[in-house]
Design a protein around this ligand. Sequence first.
Ligand code: ATP
Ligand code: MG
Length: 439
Amino acid sequence: MTKIRKSEPRAPLKVPRAEHGVSRANISRNALKVLYRLKDAGHQAFLVGGGVRDLLLGLQPKDFDIATDARPEQVRALFSNGRLIGRRFRLAHIRFGRDLIEVATFRGTTPSQGGDQEQVFHESGRIIADNVYGTVEEDAWRRDFTVNALYYNIADFSIWAFAGGLDDLRARRLRLIGDPETRYTEDPVRMLRAARFAAKLDFDIHPDAAAPISAMAGLLDDVPPARLFDEFLKMFQFGHASASYRHLRRLGLFRHLFPDTDRWLDDPAGADNALMIERALENTDQRVAAGQPVTPMFLFGVFLWRAVQARAAEIRAERDDQSEAQAMIVATAEIGTRQAQRIALPRRFGFPMREMLQLQPRFENRTGRRAMNLLSHRRFRAAYDLMLLRASVGEVDQETADFWTAVQEQSAEEQRQSFGAAGRRRRPARRRRRSGSAN
Ligand code: ATP
Ligand code: MG
């Protein structure tokens, strides 16, 4: 066991500039500006967390977070472009155009490391407010993984590593600071972060950190759905969706995020659906790697598709006066609402997702004006991509898929012929270019 006890030394390992590879050339100008301004005002200032970790790994950090002994009010006073925000934590946000630098004041110890009890805990043991200020040592010990407790000191460019973070970084493993069960109870999202960092960094989850997850996964059910949406984005929209998904499934976490999806994944009749999901995830990762835009509504729709289909079939079996289109509307609403209790997909994504799913039956109809009008539906692009995905697993005839691919290249006149649409059209069907997937 490698549990860290209170009696263990808390002093950091300090690695001087000459002995590590983190160079100021790789730190954003704005982050450096903030670090220097804090230092020049007499404060301690460190780059911390994922930024340091990623720089040591030779990766480009997603963002730069700064930790300081200056209080939030002092930070704000130093920057005209700064403002204080905070739900769980009070932070200063310093804005430079589109770039945002987050500055946090060192926080105090958590009871799991034997500190005092000034944080606000939910009766379940979850931390709901955490604004006890402390020293850099204390700040380090309340972070999640040892590789996230790395600090780059702007005063002399040294790296301060707490809790064996550098050893774990070299061994490419994720180890929680402190007792894993306590740390997951305090914040169940740390389980998702384990899966996410394992995926993003291609690290192993230390057995001590992995072991409690299957029994504790249910704690995710109490995490606010809005916070889970933030985590969803980080897991699925930043280029490592496939790997995140594999870890989430392996650890028994996925079913707490998408219960209606997970149910079908374990059903032998859901094999096509599982394949479809894997392809959508790979496609999303490829798009991110190629710098193409992605939208969370597409993966959400793919995840929910099988459940929506099944529910729509059930509705039609119960009531034979329901058209397929009506059943789809009811099914997408029901499944969408149930999913929203787990992960809050903002409305600007939820509506398009439902439309994308509801349009699926319309691809089966290839004649007449209504069929042709599908081409100019505002959700055609995404619905078409989903239809292609369904065709790739045999759920839609290849001939049907090819038809919809071909008509997009045709002139208005050719389209009229393809659809056999008689008479005058009210709106001309817009001609669309065929490009990559819309997700
Ligand atoms: P990335 O930015 O690549 O997603 P990161 O490690 O920077 O990874 P952030 O979510 O940006 O992750 O958080 C910054 C730092 O804050 C982390 O490195 C970690 O030290 C700390 N942290 C974030 N979330 C938690 C948490 N739930 N519990 C404990 N510490 C956390
Ligand atoms: Mg970060």
